[in-house]
Write a protein that binds this ligand. Structure first.
Ligand SMILES: [Zn+2]
Length: 482
């Protein structure tokens, strides 16, 4: 988007905020090219609804006893009040108290159903950064043509857009072709084990199998990786998150007469060796698919390397290793995140331990990881305990009808974008549904600049009104096309 357009967008945003009355057509005309929109969407009302949703502090916590479940209850009542047609026409079930499943009965129940997902828990605001927000993180302020606050990108936007789209369609008397399910998790940000996992188990027990599952994931990004194009990425696989605890033993005693290496000293050596000697790189299938599409848009050197991938792999690895993000695309990463040794400054530790968060790439196993750590530790004796075991998810076939259909819908909303599959480095709830679906598609239909993308889980998370409208439109098209 050019500077002039940004200025116009801000100007219109201020104007809209001041008058509190705006027409969707004005937003579209001035804030970006939206080739396909739906005027039946009342964006003004929808904006107020998302704003209200943001105000409810549904913050999840790794310690479940610290959840403020009253807020989750408040959120459930809020959507009940706000989307009456959804609640009259769809059946609703609460799974494990706070995760929600809606079932919208379609005309042909012999067709496989589809599942649209989202999560309504959010991450907290990092302590000490509250004042850095232009508008308070839980204000849901509608200003400057945007809705501000936690969850506007990740991921109340999905939940609210799905409900907005369904409510709009129901108002028109629409009946879907097949059964459509919505599932809204309440603990995605802390692993999804109480929410999405339980919902997936329930679906499995009922013998359900979905044609496809659509969850958050990729997005439409302007100029990613310095490419002068707009690229829509669809997550077809995600790395697994495994935690291992490495323990090194030592002699205790008084620190006034220390040995040459304490347990903590030895542990530090192991961690340093692990950082220096990373796991074996690989151009996995999802990465190869990504490079085949994105590579074409890069400079001559990159194009040459990618078209000769087999011979030039070592060179590609060298290039990828230079940047932490591209490095994470080619290998299982090992990040030392927590450590513990003695409880007092003058006591030698009898043991020292560190937790390493490892993100497993497709093709690697947890056994490969343990073997690697032991090999790297060499002469230092280590004990390894696996605290959390998760490998990479299954890979969705990019030649499947479901993937291709999603591309068609994206093209309808964004005719000029390049669409590419990719390997997600982070995790989502969607992998929990592998047991009930082969085609898991991870895509959020908003168009973001790199700066906007960086606000996710960070300061000034916000969404423009035109992005929000595109989101609702996209969900409507997905529903209508099935
Ligand atoms: Zn999320």
């Amino acid at each position: 988007m050019s500077i002039a357009l940004i200025i116009i967008a801000i100007f219109i945003g201020v104007l809209l905020f001041n008058t509190a009355k705006f027409k969707p057509s004005i937003i579209d005309k001035n804030c970006g090219i939206v080739p396909y929109t739906d005027d039946k969407i009342d964006i003004e009302k929808a904006a107020r609804n998302l704003s209200e949703a943001v105000k409810i502090k549904t913050i999840s916590n790794i310690d479940y006893t610290k959840f403020d479940f009253d807020k989750f209850e408040e959120f459930i009542s809020f959507i009940e009040r706000t989307y009456p047609l959804v609640h009259q026409n769809l059946s609703k079930e609460r799974v494990n108290k706070y995760s929600l499943v809606f079932k919208w009965k379609g005309k042909d129940t012999n067709k496989k159903p589809i599942l649209l997902m989202g999560h309504y828990d959010v991450v907290p605001v990092e302590r000490g950064t509250e004042k850095d927000w232009t508008y308070d993180a839980f204000s849901g302020e509608i200003a400057e043509g945007q809705i501000w606050g936690r969850g506007t990108l990740d991921d109340k936007i999905s939940v609210i857009s799905i409900l907005e789209a369904a409510e709009t369609l129901l108002k028109q008397g629409y009946i879907p072709e097949r059964n459509i399910y919505f599932s809204f998790g309440h603990d995605e940000e802390v692993g999804g084990n109480q929410g999405a996992s339980k919902v997936a188990e329930k679906f499995k027990k009922e013998g359900l199998e979905f044609d496809f599952v659509l969850d958050e994931g990729g997005a439409v990004i302007e100029k990613p990786m310095n490419i002068d194009k707009t690229v829509a990425t669809i997550g077809i696989c995600e790395k697994g998150s495994t935690n291992v605890k490495i323990t090194v033993k030592g002699d205790g005693g008084h620190s006034s007469t220390p040995p040459k290496n304490t347990a903590l000293g030895k542990l530090s050596v192991v961690i340093t060796r692990l950082e220096k000697n990373q796991m074996r790189p690989e151009i996995t299938k999802p990465l190869e698919d990504f490079l085949n599409i994105i590579g074409r848009e890069m400079g001559y050197g990159a194009r040459f390397a990618i078209s000769n991938i087999k011979i030039l792999k070592p060179l590609l690895y060298k290039i990828f290793e230079k940047n932490s993000m591209t490095n994470a695309m080619i290998r299982t990463t090992t990040a030392a995140t927590m450590a513990k040794a003695s409880d007092a400054p003058n006591v030698l530790p009898q043991k020292a331990s560190a937790v390493i968060n490892c993100r497993i790439r497709p093709g690697d196993t947890v056994e490969d990881l343990i073997y690697h750590i032991k090999k790297i530790a060499g002469d230092i004796e280590v004990e390894i305990e696996v605290l959390l075991k998760e490998v990479a998810s299954a890979v969705t076939d990019v030649n499947s009808k479901q993937y291709i259909n999603l591309c068609k819908v994206i093209k309808k909303i964004y005719p000029n974008v390049i669409i590419s599959p990719y390997l997600m480095l982070g995790g989502t709830d969607s992998r929990k549904y592998e047991k009930v679906c082969k085609n898991i598609l991870r895509f959020s239909p908003y168009k973001l600049t790199n700066e906007e993308l960086a606000t996710m889980h960070s300061t000034n998370e916000r969404i423009t009104l035109e992005n929000y409208k595109r989101f609702i439109t996209f969900i409507k098209v997905i529903i209508e096309n099935n």
